[in-house]
Design a protein around this ligand. Structure first.
Ligand SMILES: [Zn+2]
Length: 290
């Protein structure tokens, strides 16, 4: 515990701490006095607890990795003003095109938590961006950063190969179904690529990390099956000339986990896939998903 935060050690070099909002995970890779943070915190107290935790380990924060430009992942860097930020190159377009959406979403959350901000929120600018992949050091270790689009155009995953640790961004959660906020084909390709990895520790952006091999393969299998079925049903509906509402109805019998919490995200997925596959849908709700 640091303050009221719990830090769970998952491997010899990775600790995780979780927010009560959407069970959002923040990561700390530690090696030889260096710390690389992943999506560190939502409210300032969380980021400060992470900073204190790193200090107590006798380490210094060298880098913040942002997995993607959704609002609940990008509030950490303002608490670490001198630390370099690494993100995918298209993160820059995301925060430019959605600056006001992000500010509105952050303001909504902060009002709910009665947090009074002194200066307006500005999405953090990256110091280093990359295209397909990037090897990034933490002390004596090397992390593999990989572009993994689908949920978001700019999403990245972080893989520590020697220990088979995958930080999966907003994928492979036991709570959430895949949120296809960006593109189905990209999401399918990303999961196909991740399925090739040896994964011994899996950390989703939201939900429970797991080291159970059966659970890891179940999450991969179920999320890929969900996307495949979504593609099949929406394609068939479009071929039959179905409207968006008819397509939503055609996908309503699909089974997925936590159906009560995921009904709306599932509907949004149908809308965005319907639009992606050529249907007329003026306002897919993708951006509103976290
Ligand atoms: Zn997200």
């Amino acid at each position: 515990m640091t303050g009221d935060r719990t830090f769970t050690q998952l491997t010899t070099c990775l600790w995780v701490t979780q927010s009560d909002l959407y069970q959002t995970n923040s990561g700390i890779f530690l090696s030889a006095g260096a710390a690389v943070l992943i999506d560190p915190g939502i409210l300032p107290a969380a980021s400060q607890a992470i900073a204190q935790f790193v200090h107590e380990q006798g380490a210094e924060v060298t880098t913040i990795i942002l997995t993607h430009g959704h609002w609940d992942h990008i509030l950490g860097p303002e608490q670490f003003p001198s630390v370099q930020v690494v993100a995918h190159t298209s993160y820059q377009e995301v925060i430019r095109d959605h600056r006001e959406d992000l500010q509105r979403q952050v303001a909504g959350w902060e009002t709910e938590r009665r947090y009074q901000r002194v200066t307006p929120f500005e999405p953090p600018l990256p110091d280093k961006v990359f295209g397909e992949n990037l090897a990034w050091p933490v002390g004596t270790l090397t992390l593999q950063l990989q572009h993994s689009p689908g949920h978001a155009p700019d999403q990245i995953t972080v893989y520590h190969a020697p220990q088979g640790t995958l930080w999966a961004g907003d994928m492979l959660s036991e709570l959430e179904i895949p949120f296809v906020s960006y593109n189905l084909a990209a999401y399918e390709a990303t999961l196909a690529q991740l399925a090739q990895l040896e994964i011994r520790t899996l950390v989703p952006g939201h939900g429970t990390p797991t080291q159970d091999p059966a659970e890891i393969s179940t999450r991969l299998r179920e999320d890929r099956a969900y996307l495949a079925e979504l593609r099949t049903r929406v394609t068939a509906a479009l071929q039959a000339g179905a409207s968006l509402n008819e397509t939503v109805a055609a996908c309503s019998a699909m089974r997925y986990h936590h159906p009560k919490d995921n009904t709306l995200p599932h509907r949004w997925n149908v809308e965005s896939v319907y639009a992606e596959l050529g249907g007329k849908c003026t306002s897919p709700h993708g951006w509103e998903q976290e």
